[in-house]
Design a binder for this molecule. Structure first.
Ligand SMILES: [Zn+2]
Length: 214
């Protein structure tokens, strides 16, 4: 067995979008999505620094298929900033679907990053919206807090976790994805594409048992 990765004061766990709509019974349920919660709750105890992300759309968001007559969920359309997958309505601000799953238990999480709240721009990444120019502020937060290595877990592996980890690496942070604390959607080969991207960019993909307290 490999030497475990020791978690220290300059590491942060970023818990991506563990919200009701992405869990079974939700409007955009990721298969087996709630299975990420027990490992995330355990992992979070190893980290002094935890950030949560929350998908947070206004009603009528332009990433919803319902905003585009004649389009169906999971179609791809051209937005001014590039191709955009259309989703079922999900994570609408102040609805139960946008709430964190009740079983997520991380009282020491210090920051919630809300994303996707601009009507015309979707945001998969915790760092930067899908126009690739609008920052969420997370990079500044991590720098100011002296956090240099980010571990990612949550939903969905092949979208919001993928884009978040890529942007962390792009921003000069260490990036590690905890694969068994994620679940994916797998749309048109997106799981394989995510793994390939991680390999190309030097983003480590590990399992939760490879992580230990410092
Ligand atoms: Zn969304």
């Amino acid at each position: 067995m490999a030497i475990p990765i020791a978690i220290g004061a300059s590491d942060v766990l970023v818990v991506v979008d563990v919200q009701n709509d992405f869990c079974p019974g939700g409007n955009l349920a990721v298969p087996d999505g709630d299975a990420v919660i027990p490992p995330i709750n355990r992992l979070a105890q190893l980290f002094a620094n935890v950030v949560l992300t929350q998908d947070w759309h206004p009603a009528g968001h332009l990433s919803f298929a319902s905003s585009h007559p004649g389009r169906a969920p999971f179609d791809t359309i051209a937005m001014p900033y590039g191709p955009q997958v259309l989703w079922p309505d999900h994570c609408i601000q102040e609805t139960p679907g946008a709430n964190f799953h009740f079983a997520l238990d991380i009282p020491h999480a210090a920051l919630v990053v809300r994303k996707g709240f601009r009507k015309a721009i979707d945001s998969y990444s915790a760092f930067c919206e899908n126009d690739r120019t609008t920052p969420t502020g997370l990079a500044g937060y991590l720098r100011e807090r002296g956090l240099v290595r980010a571990f990612f877990a949550g939903l969905a592996f092949d979208f919001c976790v993928r884009y978040s980890a890529e942007d962390a690496a792009r921003g000069g942070f260490g990036a590690v994805v905890i694969e068994d604390a994620c679940r994916g959607i797998d749309l048109g080969g997106s799981m394989a594409a995510a793994r390939e991207s991680f390999a190309v960019r030097g983003i480590a993909c590990v399992t939760a048992d490879a992580i230990a307290a410092a």
